[in-house]
Each structure stands twice: as structure tokens, then as C-alpha cells.
Design a protein around this ligand. Structure first.
Ligand code: DOR
Ligand code: ZN
Length: 366
């Protein structure tokens, strides 16, 4: 039976939420040997100011950090809450935040483009206001949800292009050119266009990739309308998935790393639509191992285990400058049964279970 031991890892893009969800969700992360996270700031209200004493009507990253710590996050080696960029973000806020040490990263969402993105503001406005320049000047990471916002439905997802491709063709190259020292994390990339852009950019531009985008294509979502696979950016085509697979399987990979975008929703399907987000907390290393195998990796071979380890444990934390974790865990090729995660606010269905799969091929031993 294949088994291999890895250092604990950081989930560099996840959603911990608030209220009754946060403690069980953090526990799920700790249970999958996760030693820390980048916790997305699309809370209610968003974590869009730095200090509690700032009168703006948002959550502060100071408060959200405290909530995470007292909800079990004190078990993490380290974690980062990026500042949610809004129309109220100023260059002074970035400068002050950087000086205080509380601000390490910010998050750009396409306005109204996804769950919790209603407070966001267009990238052009953030460039004009000097916010992006301040990020570059103070060495604060820009985490980007790279999808064009406000597109006509015909263009949002068409045969020739989609919202992510448009963003990585039109917006990102200009951003990088105008701010060459800006450090950018392209979040949950899904297309070959995005992979190619990251590859040809300098060392300051990197990307994280979710398990679902390595495993599935849009056909898996549409055949039977498997709404548990509905997340944003959408799963794409086989060529896109192949580009993602090639990127993570490259033995010289220094740019592509794990970030699950695990996004718990107690209600996925609604009367008139579906909440975007796949829930993978608790089972992500197992799913990444499955994804690597589907991509052709032989995880019984130590050279390929090393490539997997790079993707899961090293590339991202090195870029973020995170503390090295102490413990290890072991991935075992032994089926694991799936169950819903129970929370005081309702049950959450892990992605494979939502797709009708009762077990996954890999399990974890602490
Ligand atoms: O699918 C998604 N779910 N994409 C996002 O950008 C947000 C996330 C969420 O918060 O549920
Ligand atoms: Zn996300």
C-alpha cells in the first residue's frame, strides 16, 4: 500500500466564515494536517478595515484574526487575513497597515462577481486611487480573484472566451507592466491563459490551484447539473485542466501551489440559483493526491512524491514567507469514507459526497 509522509501544509486560500461555521471549519482544517491558512475576508461585513477603532462599517482584520484565534485558530502555526479592497481603501491605510505588521496581503474581488463580492470596487479605481501603488511600495501581496466583472452573459462563458480569460488577457498583463515590483497571487486559476501568463511573468507573480479544478471539467458540472461542483471561477475545459495539471507536475515548479478555495455553504441550491463554492476542508490533501494520480503521477515513486510535496507544502509558504511547520502527516492510499460536516448553522456537504461519491481513494494519518 502506498503511503508517504509530508510536512504539515498551509491552505493558502480558504474560507473560514463566522458564527456557527467557523469553529467546525477550523477543526476540519486542523484535521487535514493544515498548519495555517490564508483566510479570505469575504465575511459579513467584509474584513475591509485594519483596526477595530476605524469607524468604517466593516469587520476589521484585527477582529477577524481574534475570532479565528478563539475559534481554534490558535492551533495554527500562522495565518493571514488579507484586507478586502473596497472603494474606501486608501493608500494611507495600506501604509499604516504595513507599518503595524497587521497587513500582509490584500484581496481583490470582481465587484458582484462571486459570493461576498458586493463591497468590492473595480481594479481601475484602485489603480487610480493609488492603492495598488501603495501595495507595491510597501511590499504587500495582492491576491487577485481574476475574473472580469459585469460581462454580458454571452461573453461571461462563451465558446471562444470567458471572464477569467478576459481578465488574464486584458487586465493582468497591464497591471504587471505598470507595477513591476508588485507581488501578485493569482487565486484559484482555472484556464490555460492564466497558467501561461503566470509562467511568463517574473518571480513576483504566482498562483494557487484548487483540487476541483485539477480533477473536473465543466462537463462534470453540467452532466446531471452537479451543483456541488458549482464554484467561481467555474471549472473549465479539458485543455485548461491539462495546463493546470502540467503546471503542478513540472519538477521545476516554483510558482503553482495549493489553495483549496474551500467554501462552505449550508444551502447550495436556492429557489433561483446556486451558491458558488466547493467544500473540501478536511479532505484536501487526499483530493490533491487523487488529482496528481489522475494527471498521471505515480505517487508510489519518491521523485513524484517530492513534486507533490513541493506543490502542497513548499512553493506557497516560501512565497508568503511563512514559518516552517513542525509536525508531519502521512497520506495513505486507503479509501476514506465521507460524511457531512455538522455545524450549529447546518450541515455542509464535502464536494465528492455532493457528487454522489461515498469514499475517496486516499486517507490521512496524523
Ligand atoms: O466559489 C466561490 N466561493 N468563489 C468565490 O470567489 C467565493 C467563494 C465563497 O466565499 O463561497
Ligand atoms: Zn475563495
Amino acid at each position: 500500500m502506498t503511503a508517504f509522509t509530508l510536512p504539515k501544509w498551509y491552505d493558502l486560500h480558504t474560507h473560514l466564515r463566522q458564527d456557527g461555521l467557523i469553529a467546525p471549519i477550523i477543526r476540519a482544517h486542523l484535521n487535514m494536517a493544515c498548519c495555517g491558512v490564508v483566510a479570505m475576508p469575504n465575511t459579513k461585513p467584509p474584513a475591509a478595515k485594519i483596526r477595530k477603532d476605524d469607524p468604517l462599517p466593516y469587520t476589521s482584520i484585527e477582529e477577524y484574526r481574534e475570532l479565528i484565534l478563539r475559534s481554534g485558530g490558535d492551533g495554527f502555526t500562522d495565518f493571514i487575513v488579507p484586507l478586502y479592497l473596497t472603494k474606501d481603501t486608501t493608500p494611507q491605510m495600506i501604509a499604516d497597515g504595513a507599518k503595524s505588521g497587521l497587513l500582509r496581503a490584500v484581496k481583490y474581488y470582481p465587484p458582484h462577481g462571486t459570493t461576498g463580492a458586493d463591497f468590492s470596487t473595480a481594479l481601475s479605481g484602485l489603480i487610480q486611487s493609488g492603492v495598488i501603488k501603495a501595495l507595491e511600495d510597501h511590499n504587500i501581496l495582492l491576491c487577485v480573484h481574476g475574473e472580469e466583472h459585469g460581462m454580458a452573459s454571452e461573453d461571461y462563458f462563451s465558446r471562444s472566451s470567458n471572464a477569467e480569460e478576459y481578465f488574464y488577457r486584458e487586465r493582468m498583463p497591464r497591471l504587471i507592466e505598470e507595477f513591476p515590483k508588485l507581488r501578485v497571487v493569482c487565486e484559484h486559476i482555472t484556464t490555460k491563459v492564466a497558467v501561461d501568463l503566470v509562467k511568463k511573468s517574473g518571480g513576483g507573480v504566482v498562483a494557487n490551484i484548487t483540487p476541483q479544478h485539477l480533477i473536473y471539467t465543466v462537463g462534470h458540472l453540467l452532466q446531471g447539473l452537479k451543483y456541488h461542483l458549482y464554484c467561481l471561477p467555474l471549472v473549465k475545459f479539458a485543455e485548461d485542466r491539462q495546463a493546470l495539471r502540467d503546471a503542478v507536475l513540472d519538477p521545476n515548479n516554483t510558482k503553482f501551489f495549493a489553495g483549496t478555495d474551500s467554501a462552505p455553504h449550508t444551502v447550495k441550491a436556492t429557489e433561483c440559483g446556486c451558491a458558488a463554492g466547493c467544500f473540501t476542508a478536511g479532505i484536501a490533501p487526499q483530493l490533491y493526491a487523487e488529482a496528481f494520480e489522475m494527471a498521471g503521477a505515480d505517487l508510489s515513486q519518491s521523485a513524484q512524491q517530492k513534486i507533490f510535496e513541493k506543490f502542497l507544502c513548499h512553493v506557497g509558504p516560501d512565497f508568503y514567507g511563512l514559518e516552517k511547520p513542525k509536525g508531519t502527516f502521512t497520506l495513505v492510499k486507503e479509501p476514506q469514507a465521507l460524511a457531512k460536516t455538522e455545524t450549529p448553522d447546518g450541515d455542509i456537504t464535502p464536494l465528492p459526497l455532493g457528487l454522489g461519491q461515498k469514499t475517496i481513494p486516499w486517507s490521512i494519518k496524523a
